[in-house]
Design a protein around this ligand. Structure first.
Ligand code: G3H
Length: 532
């Protein structure tokens, strides 16, 4: 298929067709699935269709466009459900909260086909990647449950030091505002929401700009499995909805996967900054460093996959490649050959790798990056590189790139791969230490002597050093974190439970009265906190 033909045709498999636009008229707030009759915002697919001789992103539905009043209603509902820590949900036994999440997970499984289909349409994710996103999320929920059970059992211990007994557990923080990104609108959402909920917080959730309709099939499960007001959804412009909520000072945790500028602006709106805990996964400019003695085929394979999986729209993507000058020509030749094997097409096509992009402005932005680099001496070294038609952009591999070019510093978050050569290892190392970002790096080498000092220096600049492997978040049990403008707080199955809770203890001075009280509380399960 030629790039010119990457738009809707009549060959959509039946199971993936959207025959009528999905107009979402419902929203979950304060335990009710309400009907929306106000303003709406149209939802367009990442995929284009021919209309009046033009290619346009296909209209697939609409969502509510809420205002300040609705945002404050969501906040009130979440605050009431938390009820100053005395609400049903924050006071509930951990086992009971776990049960609710298990029920939710069961109901969620029933929505798999619908959610996967909408992931494909709304953000252009391939069928395989969409299935992976769904299944990985279910696994994340199960792993979170197991981790919390273990944590809870360990926290049952009664400590005794210097004449004071204590039981130390983790307690919720309050109202959590969750803002998710479009590239993993299901997985990243749940990697925030599930740990926030299971630890006893109440939540307000605003989906990203794209990937919204796919959450609608889950509203019933949220309503059925959680007490009133524990989960509240709002839809619309971030500025309109988030600003008034933050200004009240009633949000206790801001959980956001997105961009550092947005995160800083939102955080700055809170009048009591010390009350606000931040859980941020932000942008990155992960580098690959390819040393002369590496397994070149492996390095190329990992760098292609690392930079172009889901069209480069991963915060963990390799976003710049430094190759030693002695092997750069061979690396480039193999790299472009490998890129040319990537299949492009529509998300439901078998084994497709490259798909249309959901952000309407992205093709123009990528073109600007490419033009800027070319005007400063870079060349597009792969056939068809940068060719774009409507929402589809064929990957552009740029070489040589240098510090004067925007693509050298900006997170492109799309299918543009800048390659640069180096002679002295300090060139990539200085790039990383001078960068505003500090998420991950990939090192490619077979030489332990060369690797060891690089590892030892780089672990102090980024949070994950990948050896002969692409950068990635998973497995989700490992810490996902970053330095500088790449993250605040740590996410992983275990760390997220800690990020959304605080160690809190009940202490007893040793003595007849207290020993009796403590024994009574432990023997007769009256408290949900102090117990065996
Ligand atoms: O965009 C950030 C995602 O969490 C990346 O996850 O590395 O597993 O694709 P991934």
């Amino acid at each position: 298929m030629a790039i010119e033909h990457i738009f809707l045709n009549t060959d959509i498999p039946k199971e993936f067709q959207i025959n009528n636009p999905i107009h979402q008229k419902t929203y979950l707030m304060d335990g009710e699935i309400n009907t929306w009759s106000g303003e709406i915002t149209n939802v367009y697919a990442a995929i284009c269709e021919q209309k009046n001789g033009e290619l346009e992103q296909k209209l697939i539905g609409s969502i509510p466009n809420m205002g300040e009043k609705n945002a404050l209603e969501a906040l009130d509902a979440a605050s009431r459900a938390y009820d100053k820590g005395r609400g049903e949900w924050p006071m509930m036994k951990v086992e009971e909260r776990i049960h609710c999440i298990q029920e939710f997970s069961k109901m969620m499984l029933e929505t798999r086909d619908e959610v996967v289909k909408l992931l494909m349409w709304e953000i252009g994710k391939s069928y395989n990647d969409a299935c992976n996103e769904f299944d990985r999320t279910i696994e994340y929920i199960e792993d979170t449950i197991q981790d919390l059970k273990k944590m809870n059992a360990e926290d049952s211990e009664i400590h005794f030091h210097d004449g004071v007994y204590a039981q130390i557990r983790r307690a919720p923080l309050g109202v959590v505002l969750c803002l998710a990104p479009y590239n993993y609108p299901l997985n990243e959402t749940f990697c925030l929401l599930i740990p926030a909920l299971i630890t006893g917080n109440t939540t307000i959730f605003k989906p990203a700009k794209y990937g919204i309709l796919l959450l609608e099939p889950l509203l019933k499960a949220f309503q059925k499995c959680f007490p009133k007001g524990v989960v509240n959804f709002m839809y619309g412009s971030g500025r309109t909805l988030v600003t008034p909520i933050m200004k009240t000072g009633k949000v206790n945790v801001l959980a956001l996967i997105g961009n550092s500028k947005t995160a800083n602006a939102i955080q700055g709106l809170h009048p009591k900054q010390n009350r606000l805990r931040l859980v941020f996964g932000l942008e990155a400019k992960n580098a690959a460093i390819v040393l002369p003695d590496c397994d070149l085929d492996l390095a190329v394979k990992e760098c292609v996959n690392g930079s172009l999986a889901f069209n480069g729209q991963r915060c963990t993507a390799i976003k710049i490649i430094f190759v030693h000058q002695d092997i750069v020509d061979e690396f480039n030749e193999k790299f472009v050959a490998e890129v040319s094997k990537l299949k492009f097409g529509l998300p439901w096509e078998k084994d497709v790798n490259l798909t249309p992009l959901p952000e309407p402005d992205k093709p123009t932005y990528l073109k600007e990056l490419i033009d800027d680099a070319r005007s400063k001496g870079a060349k597009i070294i792969n056939e068809n590189g940068g060719n774009a038609i409507a929402s589809f952009v064929y990957p552009a591999v740029l070489f040589p790139t240098n510090t004067s070019m925007n693509v050298f510093h900006e997170e492109q978050f799309g299918p543009v791969v800048p390659i640069t050569s180096f002679k002295d290892i300090n060139e990539p190392l200085d790039y990383i230490s001078d960068s505003n970002y500090g998420q991950q790096v990939s090192l490619f080498s077979n030489d332990d002597d060369a690797l060891a000092p690089l590892i030892d220096g780089l672990v102090n600049q980024v949070c994950r050093v990948n050896i002969n492997s692409k950068c990635q978040r998973g497995p989700d049990v490992y810490p996902f974190v970053g330095r500088k403008d790449s993250a605040v707080s740590t996410l992983s199955v275990h760390d997220a439970l800690r990020s959304f809770s605080i160690r809190t203890m009940v202490a007893f001075k040793d003595g007849e009265l207290n020993n009796k009280v403590m024994n009574d509380l432990l023997e007769n399960p009256m408290s949900n906190f102090v117990r065996k």
